[in-house]
Write a protein that binds this ligand. Structure first.
Ligand SMILES: [Zn+2]
Length: 250
């Protein structure tokens, strides 16, 4: 078992996963440099153009999306479909399909099974982590024939344990899900939820052996990222996209 802490590298304004790139996938996280990808306060057509520009720049035709609802439903997507199916995780075994997860503090979790070429992406905020969406995604890959020990996972930029204070009601729900070990009291008395460690544990518990944690906080991590918690007084914030796909024709 190896948990690798490797800060993702910024290249052309995109944050890239050094671990996943070793397996010949296109994988990373956008920054403000590419514009908002899915926030609720930017014009939808502008965001669609931003997503198209991102897809084309990475060598894909379009980005396969799901309508994220902070749940744990996993969808298989072999192409970009409209309307987006409801779900918070998706996977494909096709080349030429770029999966895109929207996040502006929630955790983008990207997976590849190099043996089969299957790739997956999940959206895990406090709700998705509580509901173990990362495990649901791993189980979907295993159901399709992957071995958990062969899956390589990367936990992308999200709000970190440095900043993610939650209220008592949420903390109780997290504890009730059996993940109270990842709630910590900060010196200022606030309860923080360590989403990174909780998701590492979920992956490890199912037998995923190679896990990378970017450890980049969207609020305090020093990169030019949007953060829902860090939104301005006007309430405006954009949303990044965590992405993963394999180039080629299906
Ligand atoms: Zn932070």
């Amino acid at each position: 078992m190896s948990v690798i802490t490797s800060t993702w590298v910024e290249r052309d304004g995109l944050l890239r996963s050094p671990l996943l790139e070793r397996y010949h996938v296109v994988a990373g996280f956008t920054t403000r440099a590419q514009g908002s990808m899915a926030g609720s306060v930017f014009p939808l057509d502008e965001q669609e153009r931003n997503r198209q520009r991102l897809a084309r720049g990475l060598g894909f035709d379009a980005i396969a999306r799901v309508r994220q609802v902070h749940g744990n439903t996993v969808v298989r997507l072999d192409r970009a479909v409209e309307p987006w199916p409801e779900g918070d995780a998706m996977w494909t075994d096709r080349t030429g399909v770029l999966l895109g997860i929207a996040a502006a503090d929630c955790v983008p979790i990207l997976l590849v099974d190099p043996a089969s070429g299957r790739v997956g992406a999940a959206h895990a905020g406090w709700q998705g982590t509580r509901l173990r969406v990362a495990q649901a995604l791993v189980r979907a890959l295993v159901g399709a024939g992957s071995r958990t020990s062969g899956i390589v996972a990367s936990i992308g930029p999200s709000i970190g344990p440095c900043c993610y204070a939650i209220d008592g009601a949420r903390a109780e729900l997290v504890a009730a899900s059996g993940q109270g070990a990842y709630l910590h009291e900060r010196p200022d008395g606030a309860t923080v939820f360590d989403l990174w460690s909780a998701n590492v544990a979920q992956l490890r518990d199912l037998g995923v052996e190679s896990i990378e944690v970017s450890r980049i906080c969207t609020l305090s991590g020093g990169h030019d990222l949007w953060s829902y918690r860090g939104r301005g007084a006007d309430g405006r914030y954009g949303t990044q996209l965590g992405f993963i796909g394999r180039l080629g024709t299906a």
